[in-house]
Every structure is written in C-alpha cells, then in structure tokens.
Write a new protein. Sequence first.
Length: 211
Amino acid sequence: MTVSPRRAWSRTGTLIATAATGVIGLGLFATPASAHTPVWDVDCSSVTIKLKAYNPNVTNTVTVTADGKDLVATKTFGASFEDTVKLPAHSAEVKLHLSVKAGDGERFSFEDDKTAPVCEGQSETPTPTPTPTETKTTESPKPSETPSESASTAPSAAPSTPSTDESPAGDLAETGASSSTPLLAGGAAVALLAGGGLLFANRKRRAAARH
C-alpha cells in the first residue's frame, strides 16, 4: 500500500511535536532542580542567608550553627528563603556552618563552613561593665524644737545668802575663850588674896612672939 506524501509529512510532524513536548516537559521539571542557588555572607557581626530557586513542591530545610550552637534553628521553606541574623558579641573568631537540605534530592543539598572575624574595637578579653554604685541621699537634720516659754521665762533659783549671824557661844571653845573664864579668874584672885592674908597674919604672930 502506497502512502501519500501528504500523509507521510503529517505523521512525521506528529512525531516531532510529541518529542518536542516531552523535551519541554523534562526541561520544565529539570529547571527548578538545576537552578538551586544557596548564597550566604558572613561578617564580624551578622550572617546573611539567601536561598533561591528551590522546588516549592517539597519540604526544604536550613540550619546555621555558631561554634556548634544553633544560630538559626532548623527552619522549613519552599521556593526561597532569606534572612539576616545578628551574631552575639565575641572576642574570638566564630566558626559558622550552613546546612541546606533539599527535599527533591540529596544532590541538591548544600553544606558550607565560614568564619566570622572579631569586629574592630572589640578587645580579646571583653572588659566587664562596672556596676554603678548606689548614691545614698543624706537627709538634712530636722530643726530643733523651739523652747517653750515656760522653760525660758521660769525664774531661776534665788542665790543662797551667806549667813550674817554671829557664831554661838559654844563656838568660842574652838578659839580658846569661854563664858566660864571670868569666874575662874575671879576665884583664883580670891584664893591668892586669902593666901596672902594668911601669910601676913602668920608673920605678925611670929614677930609678936619674938618680942
């Protein structure tokens, strides 16, 4: 059976179209996978992550660690992911690790390491911030109470007046004088006179006896 040229061309065109459609379909499915673009930048104070052209139909994850500790805990994303994370203050270099797990194949996953330098002005050993001392407020002394009028106007005690009375007669004994002194003197004089009279009388008697 002879096939007409027109029919032959029609069949050939159909085959070409089918093949082209298949190639285009493969290209559409392959393009997102081959275009995975993981980019990240590190400086002394931050980490910037940019993940583009990932397959949105699967679950992709990203994790960033700093010196082995989570800086960006594991997060899921679709077609893209973008974030900037501040680094904590540090006096030594920080080792950073980026881990991207692509859900459409391990070959599209990404692992990378970088180092964050020390920022200028940060010493090797951070100087501790001095603790401010508390300022104690001194209370001003309260004014003394005004003295009451009764206290200020109360009459003072009268000064003692020295006694002008003469010392009693009994005090004369201390000075050697007494009220009985004149009597004793008078008695002594009488005794002397009596003795003298007796002596005179005896002399007269003796004289008379001689004659």
